[in-house]
Ligand binder design. Structure first.
Ligand code: HEC
Ligand code: HEC
Length: 358
């Protein structure tokens, strides 16, 4: 038996067809399991600026989901701590106080619109959210046993699949410990950036959906005009100017009260702190970086009569000519100001199932 040219051509065509089918089937199968995360669009409320999401850690649906799971999971620590131990939902993801290894009291900052923050921590010691929580693996916080974490993650029912889907990592054991920490922190950062607060009574008022009481309206006017002068540093929509100012808390700042200076070493930064957002401030007592005030009434009284005008680098807004003897607010005006601050509470945010552990 011999092949004619015609037969050979037929055979060739058939085998090419076969190959093509086999190849296309294979291709489809590969595509099914290929790492292909879904881009996540962060919610940008109408009157907010566009946040800058670092290109090195683009947000994806899979990344945010993984980050949320890690945020609430003691698997990351050797002592049972989770991020949520200190960042509690009902307190706008803050907690009353933390005492650091040098015995300083630190008021834990809330997670509110972190995607818009240019830097983190009270003195801005950390410029990158994608880096910030790496310190949490250290002895002061999670005290993580990294070798054990690798084994725990590999043996876990969900994590191997979730980590692959979010970052394309097939085996966490192939990452260095630093790479693994970075991967976990990338996912948690994505989750934290997804936490957007813009549904407070103030937002609804601003959008003409609800009215203010007379007292809230009066507080709003005090806040937003030269009367209280709060808006310069805590303006709408983020309620922080996102920079470093000295609002005059200490006449001679010492230790952690030196603030931004401890990061830059620049004497012009003594006493300056990252201006905190006032969104959800009703939920985040105690107040100021060291939690020195327990109530909003105390804070308002501080701005009314307690500012140290001779504090180094005090902000010029605090020492405007008419303010030498304080703001001179009437008792009911102080109450109005507090009532206005409470309109910044966003219960939709703290109850949002996308953020809460449920
Ligand atoms: C033991 C308590 C504790 C735990 C656990 C903890 N934090 Fe914090 N967190 C703090 C304190 C205290 C600060 C403020 C530090 C400062 O400003 O000096 C802070 C600051 C932050 C900030 C900066 C917020 C801002 O507005 O500047 C972020 C973001 C953050 N933590 C996220 C996390 C994440 C994510 C985890 C888990 C990986 C975590 N934290 C675990 C106590 C904690
Ligand atoms: C010059 C800028 C500036 C002005 C003006 C200003 N603040 Fe502040 N505010 C700050 C800074 C900075 C902090 C944090 C200080 C610290 O902790 O050391 C702060 C902290 C606060 C806090 C505590 C928030 C927290 O989470 O602990 C409240 C409440 C507050 N300010 C309300 C007001 C009100 C009300 C006014 C107007 C009467 C006002 N601020 C005016 C800069 C300012």
């Amino acid at each position: 038996m011999y092949f004619t040219f015609k037969k050979m051509k037929k055979l060739l065509t058939i085998s090419i067809l076969f190959l093509a089918i086999a190849f296309s089937c294979k291709k489809e199968k590969v595509e099914e399991t290929t790492y292909k995360p879904t881009p996540y669009s962060i919610r940008v409320p109408a009157h907010f600026p566009i946040p800058e999401i670092p290109a090195v850690n683009p947000m994806t649906v899979e990344g945010v989901t993984l980050g949320k799971k890690f945020y609430y999971d003691p698997i990351l620590s050797s002592n049972g701590l989770t991020c949520s131990s200190c960042h509690i939902a009902n307190k706008s993801y803050s907690t009353p106080l933390f005492i650091n290894s040098t015995g300083d009291y630190i008021s834990v900052p809330p997670h509110v619109n972190l995607a818009w923050n240019p830097d983190y921590n009270w003195n801005g010691s950390e410029p990158k959210l994608d880096h910030l929580c790496i310190a949490d693996f250290g002895p002061d916080f999670f005290d993580t046993d990294m070798d054990k974490l690798v084994l725990d993650l590999k043996a876990h029912a969900d994590y191997p699949d979730m980590i692959y889907k979010a970052f394309g990592v097939t085996d966490v054991a192939q990452l260095t410990h630093d790479e693994l920490k970075q991967t976990i922190v990338y996912s948690i950062s994505q989750f934290m950036r997804s936490m957007v607060s813009a549904d407070s009574k103030f937002d609804k008022y601003f959008d003409h959906q609800v009215g203010f009481t007379a007292s809230e309206q009066s507080g709003y006017m005090i806040f937003m005009t030269e009367r209280g002068d709060c808006f310069h540093c805590h303006g709408n929509p983020l309620f922080t100017s996102n920079d470093f100012r000295n609002n005059g808390l200490d006449c001679t700042p010492q230790g952690q009260n030196m603030g931004r200076y401890l990061v830059t070493g620049n004497a012009n930064d003594i006493g300056k702190f990252s201006v905190p957002t006032l969104r959800n401030v009703e939920l985040t007592a105690p107040y100021m970086h060291d939690g020195r005030y327990s109530t909003l009434e105390e804070v308002v009284e501080y701005y009314n009569s307690g500012v140290c005008m001779t504090s180094p680098n005090i902000d010029p807004i605090m020492t405007k000519p008419a303010k030498e003897y304080g703001l001179n607010l009437w008792p009911w005006e102080k109450e109005d100001l507090v009532n206005f601050l409470k309109t910044l509470t966003d219960t939709t945010f703290i109850n949002n199932p996308d953020y809460r552990n449920q």
